[in-house]
Structure formats: C-alpha cells, structure tokens
Design a protein around this ligand. Structure first.
Ligand code: NDP
Length: 292
C-alpha cells in the first residue's frame, strides 16, 4: 500500500486564507492592522531569504511588516535596544528576530528581551517553559512544531495514546514538537545523536517526526507499517539533472517510507509551507489580543 501524501502546501494555503479573512475582519471592526517586525542581524544569505519570504507572505494576507537590519558586528545592547523599542511600538504586534544570530551575540538574552505578548515565533524561554508545564499554556507555540501538529490532525492521525517518536531535540523544532505531542497525550520518545538503536526506536512509532538535518537518514525499514511520518528536514543534495545542480530532500528516505507509512509529508511541500503560515497566524492572534 502506498501512503497518503500530506499536502502541506494546500493545508498552509487554507491557513493563510483564514488569516487573510481574519485580518480584514479585525480591520473592518475598527481594530488595528496586524504588524510584524522583522529583525535581521548580519549578512547570512539564507536568513535574508527567509525574512524576505516572511515579509512577502505578510503583505499577501494584509499584515504590515516593519523591517530592521543591523550589521553583523552589532552589539548585544544594540540588538536588545531595538527589540525593546519594538516592544513599546503599538503598531508592532509580533517581533521576529531571525535566527541564528551572528556568533558573539547572546541569543537567549535577545529572545528573553522580546515581550512574551509579541513573541510570535514562540521562542521566549517563558513560552517554551509553559509548553513544558502541565496545566499551563504558552502565549504562542513555535511555528514549525505547531505546523507538524496541524498536519497530523489534518491527516487524521490518532495522537492521544499513540507512541510518538521525535528524532531531534533542537530548541526550535525537535524539543517543542515533543512537548506538543506530550500535551496532546501521546507517549513520546525524544531521540538524538546519542540514541542507541535509533532504527529500533523508530520502528515502534505510530507517529514519527524527523527533525535532524541529515538527508534521507530514516530508511523505509525503520518505519512501522501504518505510521504517520512528518519530515521536517530540508537538505540540499547534488542533482546534476536539475538546473540549479541540487535538489531538496528530507530526513526520511521518502520513496521507501511511502511504501510502508499510512501518511507522509513530502519535501518540499510538507512542513516547510506551514512554518510561515503559522507565523502569520500568530501575528494575527497577537493583534487581536492587543485590543481584547
Ligand atoms: P539542529 O541541527 O539544531 O538539530 C538536529 C538534531 O538532530 C539534534 O538534536 C541532533 O542531536 C539530532 N541528530 C543529528 N544527527 C543525528 C543522528 N545521526 N542520529 C540521531 N539524531 C541526530 O537542527 P534543527 O532542529 O534546526 O533542524 C532540523 C532539520 O529541520 C534541518 O534539516 C532544518 O533545515 C529543518 N528545518 C525545517 C524547517 C521548516 O520550516 N521546514 C524549520 C526549521 C528547521 P544532538 O542534540 O545530540 O546534537
């Protein structure tokens, strides 16, 4: 049996359309136009591309964006000072500091400086802490892990009581994804580079989330028949047949895994589009709360 392909592009578009409607409703009701501030420090080309995509997506749903760039040698005080100014700006409902920051800057201190009411990336230590605590809710959930949960729900996965395995424990994907699965009552195992018998652990997973950054590492025979597989990985591999000379693949060997899984996300077109849609949704939520 071949797996159902979870169409992240279509599901993300539904979310973007609903954000666009929500923005118009808010403005028509006399509320503020949601505003997203983007902060880019340094010259990393990938970061520039991501911020450009986020600003374009904001404009498409009617969210105003306020862009700020600082040089790679900006001081800690300058970055935190900018964040504090944005905290006080009533036109700004969400603040996105593009990560990673250049070496030498204290990333945690910068994230901590963001008002938790404007932390639309959900990376503030208080938001992550609340995610980890029973009976507490964060103001915002990190966008990529939130996207993974939406994809699982849309695909019809039974999350409560499932054996879930997350490969990867990063602050931005693996760990918050695992915390969300625990909140949704899955029995959750977190794997990382020191995990023993990773294939054996993965074979127990009714739900498998891969967030590793290693091309096609998870093979078809690591997948439990009937599992739901969410592949967060985005890896460039050489491809002489493509004009660019490379193609993007996930952390899961898609062609093998789709023969075993019940449902699986493709790369590209799976988790990726959900991340930006989640950011837009969080920005709308922040704007709505600002008038509550
Ligand atoms: P990190 O490098 O921060 O984390 C990778 C994790 O994978 C670590 O926890 C690491 O373990 C674990 N790992 C590495 N090698 C192995 C191994 N051989 N066996 C088991 N575990 C291993 O990556 P990110 O979480 O930031 O990103 C992961 C992937 O997701 C990347 O491909 C990235 O491009 C992609 N991504 C996609 C997004 C999207 O929107 N689709 C958004 C963000 C990321 P340890 O902790 O022990 O080092």
């Amino acid at each position: 049996m071949t797996a159902r392909i979870i169409d992240g592009k279509a599901i993300a578009q539904e979310l973007r359309d609903s954000v666009a409607r929500g923005v118009e409703e808010l403005v028509e009701a006399g509320g503020p136009r949601p505003g997203l501030a983007t902060v880019l420090v340094g010259e990393d080309p990938a970061s520039h591309t991501y911020v450009r995509m986020k600003r374009k997506a904001s404009a498409e749903v009617g969210i105003e964006s306020f862009h700020h760039e600082l040089p790679a040698d900006a001081s800690q005080e300058e970055v935190e000072g900018l964040v504090k100014k944005l905290n006080d700006d009533p036109k700004v409902h969400g603040i996105l500091v593009q990560l990673p920051l250049p070496a030498g800057l204290d990333e945690e201190a910068v994230l901590r400086a963001i008002s938790i009411d404007k932390d639309v990336d959900g990376f503030h230590p208080v938001n992550i802490g609340r995610l980890a605590q029973k009976g507490r809710e964060p103001q915002f959930v990190p966008c990529t892990p939130a996207g993974c949960m939406i994809l699982l729900e849309k695909a019809g996965a039974q999350i409560e009581g499932a054996n879930a395995v997350v490969v990867g424990r990063s602050n931005i994907v693996g760990m918050p994804a695992a915390l969300l699965l625990v909140k949704a009552n899955a029995t959750t195992t977190i794997c990382h580079s020191r995990t023993q018998d990773l294939p054996g652990v993965c074979r127990e997973a009714d739900i498998l989330i891969a967030a590793i950054g290693r091309p096609e590492m998870i093979k078809g025979d690591w997948i439990k028949p009937g599992a739901y597989v969410i592949d967060v990985g985005v890896n460039r591999v050489e491809d002489p047949d493509s004009k660019k000379g490379y193609k993007l693949v996930g952390d899961v060997a898609f062609d093998e895994a789709k023969e075993v899984a019940e449902a699986i996300t493709p790369v590209p077109g799976g988790v990726g589009p959900m991340t930006i849609a989640g950011l837009l949704n969080n920005t709308l939520t922040a704007a709505k709360r600002s008038v509550d």
